[in-house]
Structures are given as structure tokens and as C-alpha cells.
Design a protein around this ligand. Structure first.
Ligand code: PGA
Length: 222
């Protein structure tokens, strides 16, 4: 199981140092990825992999407010999130997402590519068509690809998708590619054991339940 923590816009340099130290001392070989905010990235040696929530597809240059590969490389980071629905909602288009994917691939970075439908698409039963379109944007054969299925209606709502829904979607996705598959959307210490038993589920992408380190440790140990 892969346990990925999306800290979103939470944690400072000081609080993430404590977070990382506590999490590291609780880990015992589990596969854990943590995505802190840029300014909280740490140069400490942890027992988990740090990744970035965002980047601009450049090494450096005149891109005000953006972070490029030179800055990410300095931390030795090779793991990136692309396509999170909260970034899509801020205006990241398929064109930009493809540019980010292609750039990350050219760097040989590990990519967690997020896809997921909104509640209307879910209700009208066209989830698979919608996800297929989102996946057309990227190279599904890329060897360092992980795909996270994150239904927008389940993110941050406290209401995870049901085991049946997740199973159906992950089965569908596994018919399209060989990449490891994660589920994300209100994963917590109570539902993790059911979710982790879903066939084709290789891990979880956790938001809210990862922000408090004790909570995230409980989830991993559960
Ligand atoms: P959540 O967020 O766990 O708070 O639903 C998941 C995510 O946005 O990756």
C-alpha cells in the first residue's frame, strides 16, 4: 500500500519539521509520500518521500510566482502531483496539465496524476467516459506513473465514495493501464481498512486526515 499525504495549504516550515520527525519515527518500512507546501519542504532526512503539490514546466525563467525544476532539484525531489481537482478548479487546463506531464516525464520524475468526476457526472452515470477523456491527455505507458482516482464530490466532504463505486472505477482503470492506482476522497482511519482491501487499489491519497501527524500515523497503522 502507498500512503500519500496531500498537506495542501497547511503546515509551515516549523510545523512540518515536527510533522516529519514524528512521522519518520513511527514508520517501519511503509511506502509513504508526503506533499508539503513549497516553503515547508525540508532538507532533513526522513523515512518517507517528499514530493511537490505543484510546479511550472520550466527549469527556470521569467515566470513570476512559479517554481521550476531547478528549485525542486535542489531538494532532491523527484515526485510530483499533477491534475489535482483543486488546481484544475483554479484554471489549470488540459493543455497546461499535458505540458506539466510531458515536462515531468522528460525529467523522469514520479508522477501522481489525479483524475475524478464532479457530482453531476457521477449522478448521471457518465463517470467512465469522463475519466477516459481525462486520461487521453497523458501517456499511460509512462513507467513512473501512478494514477489517483479522486471523485470531486468525495474530496474534503467527510463522505468517501463507497467501496462499490471505488471498486468499479478502479477495475475500469486497470483495464486501461498498468499504473498503480490510488483512491482519494475523505479517506480516514475508519474507512482505510475497507478501502485497502479493494482489488486494484494500490494505495490512498489522503488530504484532511493527513494534516495532523498523529491522525495520519493512526491511518497508516490501521
Ligand atoms: P480529502 O482530500 O482527504 O480531504 O478528501 C483528498 C485530496 O484532495 O487529495
Amino acid at each position: 500500500m502507498i500512503y500519500a499525504a496531500n498537506l495542501k495549504c497547511n503546515h509551515t516550515r516549523k510545523s512540518f519539521k515536527e510533522y516529519g520527525t514524528k512521522l519518520s519515527s513511527a514508520l517501519n518500512g511503509e511506502s509513504v509520500l508526503v506533499f508539503p507546501p513549497f516553503c515547508a519542504l525540508s532538507e532533513d532526512k526522513f523515512k518517507f518521500t517528499q514530493g511537490v503539490q505543484n510546479f511550472y514546466p520550466c527549469d527556470n525563467g521569467s515566470f513570476t510566482g512559479e517554481i521550476g525544476a531547478d528549485m525542486i532539484d535542489e531538494f532532491g525531489i523527484t515526485t510530483v502531483l499533477i491534475g489535482h481537482s483543486e488546481r484544475r478548479a483554479l484554471g489549470e487546463s488540459d493543455v497546461l496539465l499535458k505540458a506539466k506531464f510531458d515536462f515531468a516525464k522528460s525529467k523522469n520524475w514520479d508522477i501522481i496524476y489525479c483524475i475524478g468526476e464532479d457530482d453531476i457526472t457521477h449522478m448521471n452515470g457518465s463517470t467512465k467516459e469522463f475519466l477516459s477523456e481525462q486520461l487521453e491527455n497523458i501517456d499511460l505507458e509512462y513507467e513512473n506513473l501512478i494514477i489517483a482516482y479522486e471523485p470531486i464530490w468525495a474530496i474534503g466532504t467527510g463522505k468517501s465514495a463507497s467501496v462499490e463505486v471505488i471498486s468499479g472505477v478502479l477495475e475500469f482503470m486497470s483495464s486501461k493501464c498498468n499504473a498503480p492506482l490510488l483512491y482519494g476522497g475523505s479517506v480516514n482511519e475508519k474507512n482505510i481498512s475497507d478501502i485497502s482491501q479493494i482489488p486494484n487499489c494500490d494505495g490512498v491519497l489522503v488530504g484532511t486526515a493527513s494534516w495532523d501527524v498523529e491522525n495520519f500515523i493512526k491511518l497508516i497503522k490501521a
